[in-house]
Design a protein around this ligand. Structure first.
Ligand code: BTN
Length: 324
């Protein structure tokens, strides 16, 4: 329990307090002090620590707040119900349970931290505390399962447009739904669906956005391939503004999609895509395909001209690799 330690540190923000003094005042061991300091660090608290002098609280974590989110909401369905969690294995699991219990369309589950965040193709998704947006949105589209890839592309468009509105950096969509700055990933989308006889019962749109991570927050193996809005813009970014902007943009495009179908979304996606008209290799479940992607088909698959054969092929799922 680090609450008494926190109170002590908050009462001493203009001076250093030694580990010995903390241990005396709270009547806990020095090891327990050190463990609690580390726990607070993992929750996003930042300290100045000077050996043999002590600790001083430098920064409190930036925490999301449901009332703040609701008061800034610009959407009328999306995000009207919000469940905010401090830590959970994956918001996808919570969202699925809530959808099964009848939660309405637009219900949003957000976690400050995910301990087993999941990505596409069974990969793990790194989701440290207080630094990103890890959220799942419950959707109930009146459609059949074959159309759900369109929804993923719609989410990528909404996310790309809303992020660029809040943070002035250039973001592109790598097919089908990774958001990249240059060659580094800044956001990923995972759409999971439940269906009955091909009819969609609900979809869970899982969205992960790396917002305020610094380079040292990433594990070594991610440093060359991932980035955050803070790293790219050079300034801390307001997570509430991103969430509310995304929900509003998504709602607008979702209404457009329901009224006019996929065609306008496809045009928007193609304009933001960085996967078209350049040599790429796609790693599919059936092997690699190398060529140039031309456009999306009407269901969201990618039309490619294979370079070895000149054959025109449709790719339904896979991972895009860019050629240098
Ligand atoms: C990917 O890039 O492969 C998709 C990543 C999706 C991550 C989000 S974070 C919120 C939601 N909960 C999860 O466990 N995954 C999604």
């Amino acid at each position: 329990m680090s609450e008494p330690l926190l109170q002590l540190l908050l009462a001493n923000t203009d001076s250093y307090i030694s580990g010995e003094e903390i241990s005396r005042q709270l009547q806990i061991s020095r090891t327990a002090v050190w463990k609690q300091i580390n726990k607070l660090r993992s929750q996003g608290y930042e300290f100045d620590a000077i050996p043999r002098v002590g600790y001083r609280l430098k920064q409190k974590p930036d925490r999301l707040n449901t009332l703040m989110l609701l008061s800034q909401l610009k959407s009328s369905v999306m995000g009207q119900q919000i469940k905010l969690l401090e830590s959970t294995p994956s918001t996808q699991i919570v969202a699925q349970q809530m959808a099964e219990q009848g939660a309405p369309e637009g219900t949003l589950i957000i976690a400050e931290e995910q301990t087993s965040g999941r990505g596409r193709m069974g990969r793990a998704f790194y989701s440290p505390s207080g630094k990103g947006i890890w959220m799942s949105l419950i959707l109930k589209p009146q459609t059949s399962l074959q159309f759900t890839p369109q929804l993923t592309l719609l989410i990528a468009v909404a996310l790309c447009r809303s992020l660029q509105r809040v943070v002035p950096i250039s973001i592109g969509i790598k097919w089908p739904n990774d958001l990249l700055v240059g060659t580094k990933k800044i956001s990923g989308i995972l759409l999971e669906s439940s269906a009955e006889d091909e009819r969609v019962r609900y979809c869970i749109a899982g969205i992960g956005i790396s917002v305020n991570l610094d380079l040292e927050d990433y594990p070594e193996q991610l440093r060359d391939v991932a980035t955050s809005l803070k790293i790219e813009s050079g300034a801390k970014v307001d997570r509430t503004a991103i969430i509310t902007e995304f929900l509003a943009e998504f709602e607008t495009l979702y209404v457009l999609y329901n009224e006019q179908g996929f065609a306008p979304i496809r045009t928007l996606w193609e304009a933001l895509s960085i996967s078209l008209h350049r040599p790429i290799t796609i790693n599919t479940l059936h092997g690699k395909v190398t060529g140039v992607a031309e456009q999306l088909d009407e269901l969201g698959a990618l039309w490619m001209i294979e370079s070895a054969t000149g054959e025109r092929r449709k790719i339904f799922s896979g991972d895009v690799e860019f050629h240098r």
